[in-house]
Design a protein around this ligand. Structure first.
Ligand code: ADP
Length: 400
């Protein structure tokens, strides 16, 4: 009896042992599977975070470059690659290989020595006039270990161009204002010094003073117009305008000047109507007709013509048979203060701003302006305007 019971207990113990081991193994396997699942979830979360970070950096307009402690590239975003024209993978490259500008290497050294953000403006080599502002900061861990450097590049090219244009403009304006002012001052001093006692000389000087004061006035008016146009504060009163009637008004304004040079003014505008601001259109045509008379041939012709072009546009041209403009100057005549012949323009009472104003006014109507010329034959200035939006007869009747 006892031996049988002992064997039974022994067998039960062995069975329990195997059952227990199998259970343990199953639990271990399930733990292992759970661990693997968690690890892969963590990994894909990390990959997603990295992808999101890359997308974020790539959507920035600033260039970003991260260097490791040894000065090798760890990360560069898309804007950086575009700024420096680099292609392919930069990771692992030395800084100088990636940017090829010594100033940046020096900046990285300064940033790690200073322990704060340092900045620098640099002009990219290659003569393209491209400017960047670079901010560099040392990257450190919580326990103050040096991890590397982060550099942020901001494109300053447009800002620099605007700054240069503004400086040139101020220099030009000062020069233009100074010339008539010093003449006025000179004539006044001479008059006060005794010339006023000679009526003939006095009259001549006073006429010069009046002429130069007039020039100053014109210049200030043109400057105000330019500044209004450039700030976009010009409201256009757009309505159908008959080109023939505007041209005749302009011709009436310039009839005397034309007659003085025996220039014949003619127009071929038919019954065309543009969708325009009448006052502004008169200003555009006035400037072009004024130039055609000023720079045209004595005894010549000035013709204003208009034609319909496809896509609801009207092309207007002002043609003279004067000495013309060379191809080199032609590409610059719409620039502020550009004159082919400075002395001639000043003698003719020009400010050098007329065509810049014309360009702005045409563009604010949604049109384009250009010039064509053949030296010795003449010049044609042309511009486009939207054709008048005709009100259907039925609506016109209803309005009455
Ligand atoms: P300005 O006040 O000097 O006339 P504009 O801007 O009106 O200034 O014209 C710029 C320059 O373009 C003029 O100084 C002149 O040299 C040249 N120009 C303009 N129109 C003509 C033309 N019809 N024929 C020849 N040259 C012209």
């Amino acid at each position: 009896m006892w031996p049988a019971l002992t064997i039974l207990i022994f067998l039960a113990a062995i069975a329990l042992h195997f059952w227990w081991r199998a259970k343990l193994r199953r639990e271990q396997e399930s733990w292992r599977a759970e661990l693997a699942r968690r690890e892969s979830r963590a990994q894909s979360a990390a990959t997603e975070t990295l992808a999101r970070q890359d997308a974020l950096f790539d959507s920035m307009i600033e260039g970003v470059l991260v260097l490791d402690d040894a000065g090798r590239v760890q990360f560069a975003n898309r804007a950086f690659a575009q700024m420096f024209g680099t292609t392919g993978i930069l990771r692992g490259q030395a800084l100088l290989e990636a940017v090829r500008v010594h100033e940046v290497t020096e900046l990285v050294e300064r940033a790690s020595a200073a322990g704060r953000v340092v900045d620098h403006e640099l002009e990219l080599p290659g003569g393209g006039g491209r400017w960047l502002q670079v901010n560099a900061a040392a990257l450190t861990s919580v326990d103050r270990r040096r991890l590397g450097t982060i550099l942020v590049f901001h494109d300053l090219t447009r800002l620099k161009q605007l700054e240069r244009t503004r400086e040139e403009f101020v220099a030009n304006v000062s020069h233009e204002l100074r010339t008539p002012l010093s003449l006025i001052k000179g004539y006044t001093e001479t008059l006060l010094d005794g010339a006023q006692n000679d009526p003939e000389v006095a009259t001549r000087f006073l006429q010069s003073i009046e002429r130069n004061a007039g020039r100053l006035q014109l210049l200030i008016e043109d400057l105000l117009t330019i500044s209004q146009l450039e700030s976009g504060h010009v409201a256009l009163n757009l309505q159908p305008v008959a080109l023939a009637s505007v041209t005749e008004k302009v011709f009436a304004d310039f009839a005397e000047r034309g007659a003085r040079k025996e220039i014949t003014l003619r127009h071929e505008t038919g019954a065309l109507r543009a969708q325009a601001d009448e006052v502004r259109l008169q200003q555009i045509l006035g400037n072009l007709v004024d130039n055609a008379i000023k720079y045209g041939r004595a005894g010549g012709n000035v013709i204003v013509a208009a034609r319909e072009t496809g896509s609801d546009k009207i092309e207007v041209s002002v043609r003279d048979d004067g000495p013309g403009i060379s191809a080199e100057s032609l590409s610059r005549v719409f620039e502020r203060f550009y004159r082919v012949d400075k002395a001639r323009s000043r003698d003719a009472g020009g400010t050098g701003l007329g065509l810049a104003i014309v360009k702005h006014l045409v563009q604010s109507h949604g049109g384009e302006v250009w010039a064509a010329s053949e030296v010795g034959t003449g010049t044609t200035f042309s511009f486009t305007l939207p054709a008048a939006k005709e009100t259907p007869a039925s609506e016109r009747q209803m309005a009455h």
